[in-house]
Design a protein around this ligand. Structure first.
Ligand SMILES: [Fe+2]
Length: 245
């Protein structure tokens, strides 16, 4: 039938059922995300217009590339909060970090360094896109015995798991929460990542959705995607933890 080839009608973007974005690179000038405070404010306003009320910004902490720490992240947060207040923009902003599971992170754990968490002691961790972290399970174990709740960033982007879906179950069984990228669902990183993200959601393995927004192309892709009925159909029956933050 002709109609089956037609795209469904765009719907009004409304991400208020998530309310809180807990993974983004919106803090200016400290990683590969936004670089100016003007952009930070403009992007936050654009995301507020599609239903977000709060942003927990998560700059990268990655050995040798982004040597961030509470000392570099929290002053940037304060600058953003001050600018929003001065401009009388009612957006709540907080900060945590996106920790790469690498040697630096392992040392942080060993040395008992203060780590940036959000919500109920949630800590956002990621792995390389090239290969699984060899210390993945030991790091997850360390986090849990410290009373922290690991949240694995964008599990769907680890291509090496795509043909080994059972690994996702294995990781989930170690008390790990999963966060899927809105950009993955958009198809921004390709079909295979989109399909994996959708499967993880359909199998009820995902607790958070994050934007992982870094730049203008990301914002455009998200703005378009959240006007599709497809997105709401996939996500509407799930009690997302975003809204508890
Ligand atoms: Fe990220």
């Amino acid at each position: 039938m002709l109609f089956s080839f037609m795209k469904s009608k765009p719907v009004v973007a409304d991400l208020s059922f998530l309310g809180v974005d807990m993974h983004s690179h919106l803090l200016p000038g400290i990683d590969d995300g936004l670089q100016t405070i003007e952009d930070t404010i403009a992007y936050m306003k654009a995301l507020q217009a599609i239903g977000y009320r709060k942003f927990i910004c998560t700059p990268h902490i990655l050995n040798g590339l982004y040597n961030n720490s509470p000392e570099t992240i929290l002053p940037q947060l304060a600058i953003v909060q001050k600018a929003l207040k001065e401009q009388q923009i009612a957006i709540e902003v907080a900060a945590a970090a996106e920790y790469m599971i690498d040697d630096l992170f392992e040392n942080y754990l060993k040395d008992g360094k203060p780590l940036l968490t959000f919500g109920k002691q949630y800590i956002l961790v990621e792995m390389s896109y090239m290969a699984e972290a060899t210390n993945l399970y030991s790091v997850l174990y360390e986090l849990i015995i410290k009373g922290l709740q690991p949240v694995l960033a964008h599990p769907e982007r680890y291509n090496y798991f795509h043909t080994h879906f059972e690994r996702y179950y294995e990781i989930k069984n170690r008390n790990v929460l999963f966060q899927v990228n809105l950009l993955s669902l958009c198809g921004y990183y390709g079909k295979q990542i989109k399909q994996t993200a959708e499967r993880l959601i359909k199998e009820k393995m995902v607790e958070f959705i994050g934007t992982d927004l870094h730049h203008a192309n990301h914002l455009k892709a998200i703005q378009n995607y959240v006007t599709t009925a497809e997105f709401y159909k996939l996500t509407k029956d799930i009690k997302w933890l975003n809204d508890t933050l």
